[in-house]
Design a protein around this ligand. Structure first.
Ligand SMILES: Cc1cc2nc3c(=O)[nH]c(=O)nc-3n(C[C@H](O)[C@H](O)[C@H](O)COP(=O)(O)O)c2cc1C
Length: 222
């Protein structure tokens, strides 16, 4: 059994998404003490910005005519996809930035989708693979809040991971991580603490499930 973990925070120190993903990983680790964890730190070691376009056009270029750069882009897409296929469980830790999805996570997804095995319309090869998405936000956009609906990241991530890739996805959401940093949010200190405790409990539960879950075998093509 192996775990693939992706972190998209642009920081290492003080990262809430990393700490909560650590909780998930520790629970998985308690079931698999000696098994490997393959890591991608896309927030601090991003996919280069031009690689996606190179990979897209490489896929439309006859193999014999591909440049070295195109071959390298396709090789990277294959490596990223291999990491997903090889892992028995997946863990993604992705913050909200500027009301949208982390550009680093998006670039990584875009690259994976250039691999022919992950292309739109192909039989999904990750069907039923157990996965946990940890996502954190500085603010709070829940129903009834002044900025309800301003989180444009979580819905998209669910769409890709659960609906397009067909992962067996659990999501741990933590809000108000900027409480204690932004003084304007000081009045939400108790609520932030409560939300954090709930998220950590969810992370423990989903981490344990991730450790024991078995991927549903994809149906064989006729
Ligand atoms: C450049 C930048 C933009 C951000 N934009 C938002 C935002 O639009 N909404 C929000 O709720 N939090 C926003 N945040 C706050 C982060 O979501 C929050 O600090 C989160 O905890 C970051 O993840 P990390 O703790 O794992 O590093 C932003 C943070 C940064 C650095």
């Amino acid at each position: 059994m192996s775990l693939f973990r992706l972190d998209a925070s642009i920081r290492v120190e003080g990262s809430h998404s990393r700490v909560i993903a650590d909780v998930v990983e520790q629970e998985w680790r308690s079931v698999h003490p000696a098994e490997p964890v393959v890591r991608r730190h896309v927030g601090v070691d991003p996919i280069p910005a031009t690689t996606w376009a190179t990979a897209v056009f490489a896929g439309r270029t006859p193999e014999a005519s591909r440049t070295d750069e195109q071959q390298a882009a396709l090789a990277l897409a294959a490596t990223l996809t291999d990491e997903l296929i090889a892992a028995d469980a997946l863990l993604f830790a992705v913050p909200l930035y500027n009301f949208g999805v982390s550009q680093h996570f998006k670039s990584w997804v875009d690259m994976v989708v250039t691999d022919p095995r992950m292309a739109a319309g192909t039989q999904p090869i990750l069907v039923g693979k157990p996965a946990v998405l940890v996502t954190v936000r500085g603010g709070n956009y829940r129903a009834g809040t002044p900025r309800e609906g301003w989180d444009h990241a979580t819905g998209w991530m669910r769409r890709i991971l659960a609906d397009v890739w067909n992962l067996d996805l659990k999501v741990v959401e933590t809000e108000f991580t900027l409480v204690g940093v932004n003084p304007a949010l000081d009045r939400f200190t108790d609520l932030a603490r409560q939300l954090r405790e709930e998220a950590e409990e969810q992370a423990r539960r989903h981490g344990r499930e991730l450790g024991t879950a078995v991927a549903i075998t994809p149906p064989k093509a006729a």
